[in-house]
Design a protein around this ligand. Structure first.
Ligand code: SF4
Length: 328
C-alpha cells in the first residue's frame, strides 16, 4: 500500500523560505544587485542582505557600491537617499507603501513657511525626511552624527532642527544651544514609550545596561529627571549602529534596548553570549515590516518598484546628504 508522507507545516514553511532565499541570492548575482537592509528589518531580510546597518551606514554602502542595482530593504526616504547618491544605479524598494510617520510629520510648505520666519537660520534635517525636504536643507544628519553637526555650526547662527522633537531636544540638551528651534514631529513607534517604562525595566533588571535611541519619547523627561536629581544615569544614548558598538564593547551581560525591536536580531546574532531585552515588545514599525522575502524576490525578478527623484530636487538634496556623510 502506498503511504503518504505527512510533512509538518513548519517544515514546509522552512523549505519554502530556504528556496526563496536561494532564489533571491541567485537573482541578486544575475542582476549584479546589492541588497541593503536596515537594522529594523525582519530577521529573514537581515540574513539574506549583503549589508545591514543604520541610515548612515546604508547611505555609505550605496555611495560606494559597484553594483548595478540596489535592492533597498528599508523605508521609502532611505531608498530615495540611495537614488540621490547613485543616479546611475537602479534603486528598487520591494513595497512602495513602506513609508515613515516621522518623515510625514513635515511637508515642504510647512518648511518654507518656517524658513521664512527665520530667514538667516541654518536648516538641519534628520535623514528621516523626504527628498523635497532635503533639497531645502543645509545639513542632513543621522542620530549618529546629529550632535557633531550641530556643534560644527557657528554658535551665533540660529538653527532650525527638524523633524524629530526628541532627537532635537536631546541635541539641544547636550550642546546647551539656546538659538535652536525644534520642529515638533515624532515617530509613532519611538514616541509611544513613556519614561515610566525605563523605571519599570531597570527595576526588573537592575544589572542591565540601558541602550536608548535619541528618537525615543521616554528619553528627554528621563534625562531631565536624572539631571535634576543629580544622580547617576545608567543609560547609553546611541544610534542603532552606536548600540551595536556599545553592546560589543561593554562588559555588561544584560541589556535593555529602547528602540524598534528589529535591532534585537542583530544584537543577539553578533553577541550570542549576552542577553538583550526589549524595553517594550510593542515597539515594532509596521512600515519596516512591510518588506518580506516574497516582495524582495518579486522586486529582483520583476524589477519593481523603481525609486527615482527628479533631477533638480536630487541635485539640491545631495549637497545636504554629502555633508551628512562627510561628518561621522
Ligand atoms: S521606526 Fe519610526 S522613524 Fe523609523 S521608519 Fe518606522 S516610523 Fe519611521
Amino acid at each position: 500500500m502506498l503511504q503518504t508522507k505527512i510533512i509538518p507545516s513548519a517544515l514546509t514553511d522552512q523549505l519554502k523560505q530556504d528556496q526563496l532565499v536561494k532564489e533571491i541570492r541567485a537573482l541578486a548575482k544575475k542582476r549584479n544587485a546589492v541588497i541593503l537592509a536596515h537594522n529594523y528589518q525582519i530577521p529573514e531580510i537581515q540574513d539574506v542582505a549583503d549589508f545591514v546597518g543604520d541610515s548612515l551606514g546604508l547611505s555609505q554602502q550605496a555611495h560606494k557600491t559597484s553594483a548595478d542595482v540596489i535592492a533597498f530593504c528599508g523605508v521609502h526616504f532611505m531608498a530615495e537617499t540611495a537614488a540621490i547618491l547613485c543616479p546611475d544605479k537602479r534603486v528598487l524598494i520591494p513595497d512602495l507603501k513602506a513609508g515613515c510617520s516621522l518623515a510625514e510629520s513635515i511637508n515642504i510648505d510647512q518648511l518654507r513657511a518656517w524658513k521664512a520666519e527665520h530667514p538667516n537660520a541654518i536648516v538641519v534635517s534628520y535623514v528621516n525626511t523626504t527628498a523635497e525636504i532635503k533639497a531645502e536643507t543645509d545639513y542632513c544628519c543621522t542620530s549618529g552624527n546629529a550632535l557633531k553637526i550641530v556643534q560644527s555650526i557657528p554658535a551665533d547662527k540660529e538653527i532650525l532642527f527638524l523633524p524629530d522633537q526628541f532627537l532635537g531636544s536631546w541635541v539641544q540638551k547636550m550642546t546647551g544651544r539656546k538659538n535652536m528651534h525644534i520642529w515638533m514631529g515624532e515617530c509613532h513607534v519611538h514616541s509611544a514609550v513613556p519614561p515610566s517604562k525605563i523605571d519599570e525595566k531597570l527595576k526588573e533588571y537592575p544589572e542591565a545596561e540601558l541602550l536608548i535611541h535619541p528618537e525615543c519619547g521616554c528619553l528627554t523627561p528621563y534625562l531631565d529627571r536624572v539631571i535634576r536629581q543629580n544622580g547617576t544615569c545608567p543609560l547609553k544614548v546611541a544610534s542603532t549602529e552606536g548600540m551595536m558598538k556599545q553592546a560589543h564593547a561593554s562588559s555588561a551581560k544584560q541589556f535593555v534596548v529602547a528602540t524598534e525591536i528589529g535591532i534585537l536580531h542583530r544584537l543577539k546574532k553578533e553577541n550570542p553570549e549576552k542577553e538583550f531585552l526589549p524595553i517594550d515588545n510593542e515597539m515594532s514599525c509596521k512600515y519596516m515590516k512591510m518588506i518580506t522575502l516574497e516582495n524582495l524576490h518579486n522586486a529582483l525578478k520583476n524589477d519593481e518598484f523603481h525609486v527615482t527623484v527628479p533631477e533638480e530636487i536630487a541635485k539640491k538634496a545631495k549637497l545636504s546628504i554629502d555633508r551628512m556623510i562627510s561628518i561621522v
